[in-house]
Structure formats: C-alpha cells, structure tokens
Write a protein that binds this ligand. Structure first.
Ligand code: 5RP
Length: 267
C-alpha cells in the first residue's frame, strides 16, 4: 500500500489497537440542523480529544471547526437529496471533489452507496469514480452502506452491501450492527465500522458497540448515540473504553456514570 494511504489510514485506525472511534457529525447534509448539532461547534469541540477522526461535510468543517485541530478528518463527499424527498433520498451523487477534500487536508473521504435501492447503480458508479480519484492521491475511502426505510436490515443484506463496497475498492466499510454480525466482518476484506443509528439508551448503545467489536468490527462511526447523549463527553469516553480498551458494556456504563457525575459536580 502506498505510504501516504497507509499513513492516513493509521491516523484513523489506531495501530496500537487496530480500532477506531469515528465521530460522525455529518447528519446536516440531508437532515439539516439535527438535534444536538444546531450549533455544531459547541457540541463537537469538547468531544474532539476523544475522537480518532471527525466525519463531517466540508461546509461544517469550514464553518464550525478550527483549522488548528489535530484530529484527522473523514470528509463526506456524497449527498444531493434531503430528508424531505423520500422518493429520491437514496439517490446520492458527488457533492465535494477529491481536489477540495485534499485542499481541506482530509484523511479519508466518505460516500454512501444505496445497494438494493432504485438508484443503486448511480451511487455505485459515482463511488467507483471517487475511489479512482482518491486512490491516485493516496486518500482512503469509507463506503457508507445506506439502508432505505423499507429495506430489511439483516446480516444477509449487510454482507452483500459491505462486500460490494470492499470489492469496489473502499478501504473501510461502514454498516449497521445486526445479529450474526461476524458473518459480515468475516466476509468483508477491509475493516468494518458500525453506525450507531437512532438514539437509544446509553447502556444499549454500549452493548451494541461491544457486540460489534466482539464480532470483528474495527470500531464505530457513531453520531447520535454520542452527541444526543445526556452527557456526550462521558459517552464518547465510555465508547472508547469499549472499542480500545476491551471494556464490557457494564464497565463502560460505570465509566459513563462516573464521568457524568464528575462533570455535574464541577458545575
Ligand atoms: C448517514 C451517516 C451518518 O454519519 C451515520 O448515520 C452515523 O451516525 P449515527 O450514529 O447517528 O447513525 O453516515 O448516512
């Protein structure tokens, strides 16, 4: 693998643990000012010391994030439809060039493919072009396997979408945690990370992260279950304990509660 590609990847997937805690705050690209991200900088800045990479759009990066930060950027380069357009929602195209991603010093570019959806071909071919261009500059790609509302989220589907992303040439695949998740990671030749999905109780989110790591995931690319938590800073530390330190969900929950109490006591 090219030196630059390897270097960028090792800034995201930590060589010591071969794991990553990606903080996803790219939701605005189709959801607008998502709860918790209305003032993105206020929520995200305190979380940065605990994120192995920050996943967001170029607008959020330019308008909300200080260029002096030392956190690698995973830049979302796909989009094109909003949450209001339910028919077209799964029809994304390129929204940011690889050239601009390099200008922004991105360490990775993220693109959603819509396997099984009506416009899957467009999204897959557009992603393939992004991979070609990104690879030419030693820039890794993250394949986001998006799942439509009416589509079944099971291991069979996640295996298909994840493997397809890897065969296209993605360097990391992001998917959703499902039962029999080990069959997804075992049949995908590149690291697999899980999205968190809609906000669920902290304990359940930590159990999900633990289950994914135990089933061979390389980490999480988690958003709402961190930034919509009652205490996002405590939550990201608990997620880190699961991903990087082998903590069980119970242990991580104790850490969450203690960090939350410490923060409350400081106020
Ligand atoms: C949307 C995305 C989001 O980044 C992703 O859904 C992660 O956030 P969450 O943990 O809130 O689901 O890639 O396609």
């Amino acid at each position: 693998m090219d030196w630059g590609m390897q270097n960028r990847l090792s800034r995201i997937i930590k060589p010591e643990t071969k794991k990553t805690v990606m903080l996803a705050v790219d939701h605005g690209y189709f959801m607008g000012p998502t709860t918790g991200l209305e003032q993105l900088d206020k929520t995200v800045n305190p979380l940065l010391p605990y994120a192995d990479t920050l996943m967001l759009t170029r607008g959020a990066l330019r308008y909300y994030i200080d260029p002096g930060i030392d956190v690698p950027i995973t830049l979302r380069v796909s989009g094109g439809t909003s949450i209001l357009n339910t028919e077209m929602l799964l029809h994304e195209g390129v929204t940011c060039s690889v050239e601009d991603a390099i200008r922004l010093n991105a360490s990775c570019v993220a693109f959603s493919i819509m396997v099984g959806a009506r416009y899957e071909r467009d999204t897959i071919l557009a992603f393939a072009e992004i991979i070609d261009e990104a690879r030419a500059w030693g820039l890794p790609t993250l394949c986001v396997t998006a799942v439509g509302r009416d589509m079944v989220r099971d291991a069979k589907y996640m295996r298909l979408a994840s493997r397809l992303g890897a065969e296209l040439g993605a360097d990391i695949v992001k998917t959703y945690y499902v039962d029999d998740f080990e069959t997804v990671t075992e049949s995908c030749p590149v690291p697999v990370v899980i999205a968190g999905g809609k906000k669920i109780p902290e304990r359940e989110a930590l159990e999900m992260a633990r289950g994914a790591i135990d089933a061979g995931a390389a980490g999480v690319d988690m958003g709402r279950n961190i930034f919509q938590s009652e205490d996002p800073v405590a939550m990201i530390q608990a997620v880190r304990a699961v991903v990087h330190e082998g903590a069980g969900a119970g242990e991580a929950m104790e850490l969450y509660e203690s960090k939350k109490s410490e923060a409350a006591a400081r106020q």
